[in-house]
Design a protein around this ligand. Structure first.
Ligand code: S3P
Length: 184
């Protein structure tokens, strides 16, 4: 059974939507950032500070390799996973890829006050978001499906994905319940 893989920029709602989808579908939820943190034994922010982004990307690719080999899981990725084509190719091998998109304003709002994302922990945050979005947008376009998340709740985004999966003959079960009812 194919994995359901969520791509998208920081703050696009991948983890939240991924958990809802997994609940709804009765599938395993795997967060690649959490897998990396488990492997390195520290937070991603601390790892960036000590070893830098290049070392983090190595760890991220190693986690992708393991996770992409799973079957039937809902997988949430880190926003920069698309920077390595090998990661995308691996995730596509047994996965259907959804990109959660959000405009710059939404991302700024959703990540405001967040100190856990090293790439955004800088004074020129807005410029950096713009730069990274411009760089990554064409890479995210490799997803099989594109889902707009601006002004939508996690439940609404999960429902949009479920409709697509239904159309592709995926089967799902329980109601997602009350969590994820506020806007992402
Ligand atoms: C990153 C996004 C983060 C995390 C790391 C780098 C990025 O994940 O992997 O801080 O390069 O966009 P989220 O997208 O889950 O915040």
């Amino acid at each position: 059974m194919k994995n359901i893989v969520l791509l998208g920029f920081m703050g696009s709602g991948k983890s939240c939507v991924g958990q809802l989808l997994a609940e709804r579908l009765g599938r395993n939820f795997i967060d690649i950032d959490a897998q990396v943190e488990q492997a390195i034994g520290m937070s991603i922010a601390d790892y960036f500070a000590q070893f830098g982004e290049a070392a983090f990307r190595e760890r991220e690719s190693a986690a992708v390799e393991v996770v992409a080999a799973q079957s039937g899981a809902v997988i949430s990725t880190g926003g920069g996973v698309v920077l390595r084509q090998q990661n995308i190719d691996r995730l596509k091998t047994n996965g259907i890829l959804f990109c959660l998109s959000a405009c710059e304003t939404t991302i700024v709002e959703r990540t405001a006050g967040d100190r856990l994302r090293p790439l955004l922990n800088r004074p020129d945050r807005l410029q950096e978001i713009r730069r990274l979005l411009a760089e990554r947008q064409p890479l995210y376009r490799q997803a099989d499906h594109w889902i707009e998340t601006d002004g939508r709740t996690a439940v609404e985004v999960a429902a949009a994905i479920l409709r697509i999966l239904d159309g592709e003959a995926y089967v799902h079960g329980n109601d997602p319940g009350q969590s994820g009812q506020s806007q992402l």
